[in-house]
Design a protein around this ligand. Structure first.
Ligand SMILES: *[C@@H]1O[C@H](CO)[C@@H](O)[C@H](O)[C@H]1NC(C)=O
Ligand SMILES: *[C@@H]1O[C@H](CO)[C@@H](O)[C@H](O)[C@H]1NC(C)=O
Ligand SMILES: *[C@@H]1O[C@H](CO)[C@@H](O)[C@H](O)[C@H]1NC(C)=O
Length: 291
């Protein structure tokens, strides 16, 4: 402003020569005044924008990935164990009633958590089964060329997991940075993106606060519906879900009353996979959009 006064005063003092000598200066002055005005308008617009949007919290799913401790279980069984349908059991019982206890014990799970081909399970069962197999004429599923010393191969079948725990990692940002943001009664649901679009699991994230210009990371486990996973993704090592976050979001606009709204955010595509496979399927953070 002071240079404006100075040039006006100079114009009053000097003759016409001044205007012919400094026409450019006048142009620069106008241009600068225009720029300052634009800048002021831009700043006001930004402030209004920040106040209006101050309730915005940005949520995202870390790596776009949710790790599972397991997605299905395994049954390690003897090679001849896939036979005991009800009809074959009845047939064997007619032939030799003493065999049925052995079949009953071998068709029970020989240890859910046994890794593939555990030797102890086989050596326990082998002596009790082999003599019976030898006595029955059909060989009980063993190849004919196997003599009494031939051991049945362990067979691994997949089955429903007893329980599936998922580790959900959510990131919340408050980029506006003018006020803190409270999220309360926050719930997280995982929905299958494919038909039948069921709920795979839910968890309560409760209450949390994101201070201005900070990012917080929250990790919580949820117990997923193992039946649903088994029914729809048997034996799969990963599948896609949509993550839905519901919260009451409270912001504290400057000079105004606090403002609480019910917000629903959806984040997709998010991969559910085995914890150990995270490095394979991890992506960038998957941002959630308010709906
Ligand atoms: C979470 O916040 C809500 C509302 O702000 C409150 O009613 C509730 O008691 C809080 N829950 C916990 C566990 O602090
Ligand atoms: C949050 O949940 C608590 C009970 O868990 C309830 O008393 C409170 O009213 C809820 N708050 C909101 C904002 O829904
Ligand atoms: C789990 O999913 C099955 C469908 O696969 C459904 O029938 C059952 O109700 C679900 N259980 C829970 C607790 O949601």
């Amino acid at each position: 402003m002071s240079d404006v006064k100075y040039t006006i005063a100079a114009g009053d003092d000097d003759d016409d020569e001044h205007y012919t000598r400094f026409p450019c200066l006048a142009m620069v002055r106008y241009a600068m005044a225009g720029a300052v005005t634009l800048l002021a308008i831009a700043v006001i617009a930004l402030v209004i924008h920040a106040v209006l949007r101050s309730e915005d919290v940005r949520l995202s799913v870390n790596n776009g990935f949710i790790g599972a401790d397991n997605l299905w279980g395994r049954t390690a069984s003897l090679g001849n164990e896939n036979q005991p349908t009800s009809s074959s059991i009845n047939k064997v019982e007619e032939d030799d009633p003493t065999i049925s206890p052995n079949i009953g014990s071998s068709s029970a799970d020989p240890g859910d958590d046994l890794p593939i081909g555990v030797a102890s399970g086989q050596s326990e069962h082998a002596p009790t089964i082999l003599p019976n197999i030898g006595s029955s004429s059909n060989g009980g599923g063993l190849p004919k060329e196997c003599s009494l010393g031939c051991r049945p191969a362990a067979q691994v079948t997949l089955k429903k997991a007893k329980a599936t725990n998922l580790r959900v990692i959510l990131i919340a940002k408050n980029p506006g940075g003018r006020t803190k943001i409270d999220c309360s009664n926050t719930t997280v649901r995982l929905l299958d993106v494919q038909a039948p679009h069921g709920v795979i699991g839910e968890l309560e994230l409760g209450n949390f606060t994101v201070q201005p210009q900070t990012t917080i990371t929250m990790q919580k486990r949820l117990s997923a519906n193992a039946s649903y996973i088994w029914d729809n993704y048997p034996g799969e090592v990963r599948f896609s879900v949509m993550v839905q976050v519901n919260a009451w979001v409270t912001s504290f606009p400057l000079g105004k009353k606090t403002h609480t709204v019910a917000q629903s955010y959806t984040c997709q595509p998010v991969t559910v996979g085995l914890m150990d496979d995270e490095w394979i399927y991890a992506t960038d953070q998957v941002d959630c959009t308010a709906s």
